[in-house]
Design a protein around this ligand. Structure first.
Ligand code: GDD
Ligand code: MN
Length: 382
């Protein structure tokens, strides 16, 4: 298989027929499959099945029973299931022209690049189909900011927000990505060094239906940029620092009301563990919640680990201060740093560890000899 065309769909029923028709025409002579990764609530899957039956090009439908990671999660699931040497991601609403597909593939082969971006901002490209001047201005500005944040890794592209791009599957690692929101290309490019080539993209108006981009996607982009730049660990550290301050305030406040310092310390510890847990659930690991163990298990793991960690830390403080000449504040600082690292590792590796989500793949293969029976694959953490 030379080319897998990966198309995320969310309620795109009226666009499917023309899309498949035009992809089939555009990729004549290229060994191609189409992969729909569908999270729809309308009849898109039925339409895909019907349309697939009317065409010779192999069409696969991946329906996600429990969608995680939104559009980006869908794209990653599709890239994992893809079998082509190149996988090209494009939208399912015909804002991306299927006729651009061969140029993406050709560009990749000719340059030996790992990633080929179909860009609205090179000669021959345009974003006229982006609805409204405000949306266009926001798009321009976010590209500028994003490129400024990652000057080296995004050096090779003028459009890191594009939803139309190809990856050479042998060269691009999908592990370690945190898919969320709309900007999966940014996620891929910002995390590793790749060689990038570009082709022009004319971004057309939608054929039918409505865009799923909204304010929430804007906020998601802001969070994504922060995470990519500073890593999850700095948000975790900020919450940890907040917790430490709260701990001291509670300790002080309770003593004012006559509570003994040991009892006050216990209450402060429990309250800050609860506070930290709620904040990390909401702001640090929210994208991993859906794929992790249940909220109660997450809570008990956190409580047990953090409680044990602070008990051991206090004990270690006592032992070290008593047996060496090191200053207690210095020792405590070192212990807090170690404890913080262990807590972060435990949270990200154990508490929010992703279980594998089943994805149903209906192989609808008309006119193609390979692959017949429907299969179920289990892609690694999406
Ligand atoms: N499976 C799945 N799950 N597909 C989704 C989801 C989802 O949660 N949300 C959106 N999609 C699909 C849509 O059905 C469509 O095929 C494609 O993803 C793009 O969604 P649109 O809602 O049409 O997005 P847009 O046109 O506003 O944004 C496009 O252009 C941006 C550049 O301005 C996308 O290509 C963005 O990725 C791109 O950044
Ligand atoms: Mn669109």
């Amino acid at each position: 298989m030379e080319l897998s065309v990966v198309i995320p769909t969310y309620n795109e029923a009226p666009n499917v027929a023309e899309l498949v028709e035009r992809i089939e025409k555009a990729t004549l002579g290229i060994d191609t499959e189409i992969l729909f990764v569908d999270d729809s609530t309308d009849d898109t899957p039925d339409v895909v099945t019907r349309v697939a039956g009317e065409h010779a090009i192999p069409v696969r439908l991946l329906h996600r029973d429990a969608p995680v990671g939104g559009l980006s999660g869908a794209v990653i699931a599709g890239l994992r299931a893809a079998e082509g040497e190149w996988a090209v991601v494009m939208d399912g609403d015909l804002q991306h022209r299927p006729e651009t597909l061969p140029s993406v593939l050709a560009k990749g082969r000719e340059t030996g690049a790992d990633v080929v971006v179909a860009s609205r901002h090179v000669d021959g490209g345009s974003s006229d189909g982006l609805s409204g001047g405000v949306r266009r201005a926001v798009s321009q500005l976010s590209i500028k900011v994003t490129k400024a944040l990652f000057p080296t890794r995004l050096h090779g592209t003028t459009d890191p927000m594009s939803g139309f791009f190809g990856i050479h599957r042998g060269s691009v690692q999908l592990d370690g990505l945190h898919p969320r929101g709309f900007k999966i290309l940014l996620e891929i490019l910002a995390r590793q060094d790749f060689t990038v080539a570009e082709v022009p993209l004319v971004f057309d108006a939608r054929l039918a239906g409505t865009s799923k981009a909204d304010m929430k996607q804007g906020i998601a982009l802001g969070r994504q940029l922060f995470d990519l730049k500073f890593g999850r660990i700095s948000g975790f550290a900020a919450i940890g620092a907040l917790g430490a301050v709260a701990n001291l305030l509670i300790l002080w406040g309770l003593q004012k009301f006559g509570v003994g310092y040991l009892a006050a310390a216990c209450v402060a510890a429990v309250l800050t563990i609860i506070g930290n847990f709620l904040l990390q659930e909401r702001f640090i690991f929210d994208d991993l919640r859906a794929g992790a163990r249940s909220v109660w298990k997450r809570w008990w793991h956190t409580f047990a680990f953090n409680g044990t960690e602070s008990a051991i830390r206090t004990f270690a403080l006592w032992v070290i201060v008593e047996t060496t000449s090191l200053h207690s504040v210095l020792v405590q600082a070192g212990l807090i740093a170690i404890g913080f690292t262990l807590r972060f590792l435990y949270q990200s590796r154990v508490v929010y560890k992703q279980h594998e989500k089943p994805v149903t793949i209906d192989d609808i293969v008309e006119g193609a000899p390979t692959e017949t029976a429907p299969t179920t694959t289990t892609p690694a953490s999406v």
